[in-house]
Write a protein that binds this ligand. Structure first.
Ligand code: ARG
Length: 457
């Protein structure tokens, strides 16, 4: 078959080269945006008089037929046609002859691919944003449900201070919110039209780039054709945004894998989201979480791939860029697959409150509250820290808790301690004492819940 670019070639392309250079095996998913982009381009060509209105109508409606054909799986993909752009154009030309041969007027595959990718990325951003919103809704639902559960919060995976379980859920709502903000910010740079940059220098034809930008819902038109014809910054940003979502998902999965162990026992996972062992009958394994932790590593690798790809390229389009899609599709598919499972896991998991409560007084979760009690009584912070540290040491050797110490014991460590100390000792009391904005205490958590209810309703 003759190549669209074959005019100056005497020999046919080696089949091994065709196999090596094709991208149809992974870019066919751009079909829909490619057709939309071409319809806008044809509409603009008619508007500026480069094709007639009748030719535009033929092109636009035939492209619509091709869209249907592809959606129904009727388009046969052939390696020698390289990529999705060539498949669609050659089918158009097959049907419309010379009229089809006019579509590519004032356009190069370079700005065409970039336009397709931007339309695709824009829709992908909106989709991931929706999925993140679903996750946030699930988290807020849990926060409302678990308002009365006090649990240990950890640093270094060591018991640190007591928080309401709601505080834990909403911590993830915040992380995913920053992820959404990053996507929104990235979308601004995605939504600038490259179409009409042509190969790299623009064109001598009187195209109207603002018209195609408007038709395709772009907010702006890129100013410099040399820059934009090969720009993939937005794609690196998008993959990075995905990789941070992946990092959040990975660390959440890791945490729950720990919580799901017999040793921790904080969590019960629904049968429908766990798997068994083929030899050990008692096993219930957190494979879904492990795969979330595992799969997200690929997304982080995809960021490296796109950056390494870009840093070696001289201005402007280089064929290396064809590989960008592999990184982006992989990152996108992986994050989408994980996010699709996340809300059901968040709402379906049960906190093992009995287990959490049975160990709630372990680990001196009230030590900081006691230190802050001393500060309120006028003790310098460092002194208070030392005093409580000494008391913790005594408790450890006696196998008791701070709340078990008598008033005399406490007063012998610091004579400013009074009877009201027992209002802050004990894990639940220590949690109640938390009062700063954004803290894990009752009032601050209620404030957070109200914030999220307002935001997500
Ligand atoms: N399939 C190619 C890609 O994705 C199309 C661009 C080819 N452009 C070129 N000037 N050879 O990048």
């Amino acid at each position: 078959m003759a190549k669209a670019w074959g005019g100056r070639f005497q020999e046919a392309t080696d089949q091994r080269v065709e196999r090596f250079t094709e991208s149809i095996s992974f870019d066919s998913r751009l079909a829909d945006v490619d057709i939309t982009g071409s319809q806008a381009h044809a509409t603009m060509l008619a508007k500026v008089g480069l094709i007639s209105d009748n030719e535009r109508d033929q092109i636009v409606s035939e492209l619509e037929n091709i869209r249907g054909e592809i959606q129904r799986g009727e388009m046969e993909y052939r390696q020698e046609l390289e990529d999705i752009h060539m498949h669609i154009e050659s089918r158009l030309t097959e049907r419309l002859g010379d009229v089809g041969r006019k579509l590519h007027t004032g356009r190069s595959r370079n700005d065409q691919v970039s336009t397709d990718l931007k339309l695709y990325t824009r829709a992908a951003i909106d989709h991931v944003d929706e999925l993140l919103l679903d996750v946030q809704r699930a988290l807020v639902e849990r926060a409302e449900r678990d308002k009365d559960i006090v649990m240990p919060a950890y640093t270094h995976l060591q018991r640190a201070m007591p928080v309401l379980a709601s505080h834990y859920w909403l911590a993830y709502a915040e992380k995913f919110d920053r992820d959404r903000q990053r996507l929104t910010d990235c979308r601004r740079r995605v939504n600038v039209s490259p179409l009409g940059a042509a190969a790299l220098a623009g064109t001598s034809l009187p195209i109207d780039r603002h018209e195609t930008a408007k038709l395709l819902g772009f907010d702006d038109v890129a100013r410099n054709s040399l820059d934009i014809s090969s720009d993939r910054d937005y794609m690196a940003e998008f993959i990075f945004s995905l990789s941070l979502i992946a990092a959040h998902l990975g660390s959440w999965a890791e945490e729950w894998i720990i919580w799901f162990t017999t040793e921790f026992g904080f969590l019960k996972l629904p049968d429908s989201f766990t798997t068994g062992s083929s030899i050990m009958p008692q096993k219930k394994n957190p494979d879904v979480l492990e795969l979330i932790r595992g799969k997200t590593s690929r997304v982080i690798a995809d960021v490296s791939q796109i950056l390494i790809l870009l840093k070696g390229l001289p201005m402007a389009y280089n064929r290396d860029l064809q590989e960008d899609k592999l990184a982006m599709f992989d990152a996108l598919d992986t994050v989408v697959a994980c996010l699709e499972l996340t809300p059901a896991m968040v709402t379906g998991a049960e906190l093992n409150v009995h287990r959490i409560n049975s160990q709630l007084e372990d680990g001196f979760l009230d030590a900081t509250a006691l230190m802050e009690y001393l500060i309120k009584k006028g003790v310098p912070m460092r002194t208070g820290h030392e005093t409580v540290g000494t008391l913790v040491g005594q408790c450890e050797s006696n196998g008791c808790r701070l709340a078990d110490l008598s008033l005399e014991d406490l007063q012998s460590a610091c004579d400013l301690i009074e009877d009201d100390v027992y209002e802050v000792l004990g894990t639940v009391n220590a949690n109640k004492a938390l009062q700063s904005f954004g803290s894990g205490g009752r009032a601050a958590v209620e404030e957070q819940i109200a914030h999220w209810q307002g935001r997500l309703s």
